[in-house]
Write a protein that binds this ligand. Structure first.
Ligand code: DGP
Length: 115
């Protein structure tokens, strides 16, 4: 069972900002920006490169939910705010939890290229 499955099952606590039938979103315990939310599917997909066509609606749902959360948190103003979505795959991608998740980062200017 991944740490995120334990959060979904309420076996360990998290600062939850959104839940629906497909996903749970909560604040990252090691925030890399003033706003750092993880959007996690309830059905475990280990990582994005292992997703299949059967996961298409879940993947779309995660992105739409990220946009909704950004709006709920007042992050969608393109002049004053903005945000970044990140999905890490594997060692060089920076993946540490083998349960697909979308990072929503915001609240400060984010540099490009990323580190
Ligand atoms: P990644 O490196 O892309 O696999 O991102 C995993 C993220 O998960 C990382 O930013 C830290 C976060 N994280 C790990 N364990 C926990 C936890 O128990 N609670 C919360 N809220 N976040 C966690």
């Amino acid at each position: 069972m991944t740490i995120f499955e334990k959060i979904i099952a309420r076996e360990i606590p998290a600062d939850i900002v959104h839940e629906d039938e497909v996903c749970l979103a909560f604040r990252d315990v090691q925030p890399q920006a003033p706003a750092h939310i993880l959007i996690v599917p309830k059905n475990v997909i280990p990582r994005i490169g292992e997703a299949t066509i059967d996961d298409q609606s879940i993947l779309g749902h995660l992105l739409l939910t990220a946009g909704k959360i950004a709006g709920d948190l007042g992050l969608k103003d393109t002049e004053k705010e903005g945000f970044r979505l990140v999905i890490n795959h594997g060692k060089n991608g920076g993946e540490s939890v083998p349960h697909l998740h979308v990072h929503l980062l915001a609240g400060r200017p984010l540099t490009w290229p990323p580190g």
